[in-house]
Design a binder for this molecule. Structure first.
Ligand code: HEC
Ligand code: HEC
Length: 226
C-alpha cells in the first residue's frame, strides 16, 4: 500500500526548502523566514481573514498558500471548496476513514495532529479564498461527452446525473463538493478510488460502480474546463 509509484516527484515535507533552511541556518535567518511566511499569510488574507498558522507550516508546501494551485495533478484545489465538505474530509483523514492510497500517504500524517478547532479554521480559510477553483485553461479531450454524463448520467449503466447532487454548474453545496474547476488528474483519481471502493462513501461508491475509465476521463475533462 505505501508506495509512491503513482505519484512521481511529490514534494516531501522533510526535504522542502523551508524546512531544510530552518535546519541549517542560525536563529536570525530562521526568524527572517518565519517573518516572510507571516507576511505571505498576510497577503493571502484579503478574502477570508488571516491565514491560520497551520497553512504556512503544514499545507502550503503542497496546496499553496491560498489552496489555488499546485504543480502536482493528484493534489486537489481547495480554494472556494465548501467549508462543511473540507472540514469533513480533514476529520476523515484524521480518523482514517478516508483511506484511499494518496490520502493515506499524504494527508494522514498532516491530519493526525490537527485539533477540531484547527480543522474548522482551516476549512473556513480555504473556503473563503477568491476566486474559487477554476479552470487552468488546459483542455482535455472528452469535454462534450463529459457534459452529457454530468447533466444526464448514463441510463444504460445506471449512473445518475451528477448535477443532481453536485449542482447544475458543478458548484456543489455543503457536504457535496464543488467539482467545477477541480483538477483533471485528481477527479479521475477519486473516481477510480470510489469505483474500486478504496475511498468509502455509500453514495459515490454506488454511482461509480459501473463507470468506465473513458467515462471518468470525459467527465473530468468537462469539470476541469469549467
Ligand atoms: C505532502 C503534501 C500535502 C500536504 C502537506 C497537505 N496536503 Fe492536503 N492533500 C494532499 C493530497 C495528495 C490530497 C489528495 C488525497 C487523496 O487523493 O485522497 C490532499 C487532499 C486534501 C483534502 C481533500 C480535498 C478534497 O477535495 O476532497 C483536504 C481538505 C486537504 N488536503 C487539506 C489540507 C490541509 C488543511 C493541509 C494543511 C494542514 C494539507 N492538506 C496538507 C497533499 C497534501
Ligand atoms: C446522490 C448524490 C451524488 C451524485 C448523484 C453524485 N455525487 Fe459525487 N459526491 C457525492 C458526495 C456526498 C461526495 C462526497 C463524498 C465524501 O464526503 O467523501 C461526492 C464526491 C465526489 C467526488 C470527489 C470530490 C473531491 O473533491 O474529492 C467526485 C470527483 C465526484 N463526487 C464525482 C461525481 C460524478 C462524476 C458524478 C456523476 C457520474 C457524481 N459525483 C454524482 C454525492 C453525489
Amino acid at each position: 500500500m505505501m508506495t509512491h509509484v503513482n505519484n512521481p516527484g511529490l514534494p516531501d515535507k522533510g526535504q522542502s526548502g523551508v524546512t531544510k533552511q530552518k535546519r541549517t541556518m542560525g536563529k536570525p535567518a530562521a526568524l527572517f523566514i518565519l517573518g516572510s511566511l507571516l507576511a505571505m499569510a498576510g497577503q493571502a488574507n484579503a478574502a477570508g481573514g488571516p491565514a491560520p498558522y497551520r497553512v504556512s507550516s503544514d499545507c502550503m508546501v503542497c496546496h499553496g498558500m491560498t489552496g489555488h494551485n499546485t504543480l502536482y495533478p493528484i493534489i486537489p484545489r481547495l480554494a472556494g471548496q465548501h467549508k462543511g465538505y473540507l472540514e469533513l474530509q480533514l476529520k476523515q483523514f484524521k480518523d482514517r476513514s478516508r483511506a484511499d492510497q494518496n490520502g493515506e500517504i499524504y494527508m494522514w500524517p498532516v491530519a493526525q495532529s490537527l485539533t477540531a478547532a484547527e480543522m474548522k479554521d482551516l476549512a473556513s480559510y480555504f473556503a473563503a479564498q477568491k476566486p474559487p477553483m477554476q479552470s487552468s485553461g488546459i483542455k482535455h479531450a472528452g469535454i462534450k461527452e463529459g457534459k452529457i454524463i454530468f447533466n444526464q448520467g448514463v441510463a444504460a449503466a445506471q449512473i445518475p446525473a451528477c448535477m443532481e447532487c453536485h449542482g447544475s454548474d458543478g458548484q456543489g453545496a455543503g457536504a457535496f463538493p464543488r467539482l467545477a474547476g477541480q483538477r483533471y488528474g485528481y477527479i479521475v483519481q477519486q473516481l477510480t478510488y470510489f469505483h474500486n471502493g478504496t475511498r468509502v462513501n455509500s453514495l459515490m461508491n454506488q454511482i461509480a460502480k459501473n463507470i468506465t475509465v473513458a467515462q471518468m476521463k470525459d467527465v473530468a475533462a468537462y469539470l476541469s474546463s469549467l
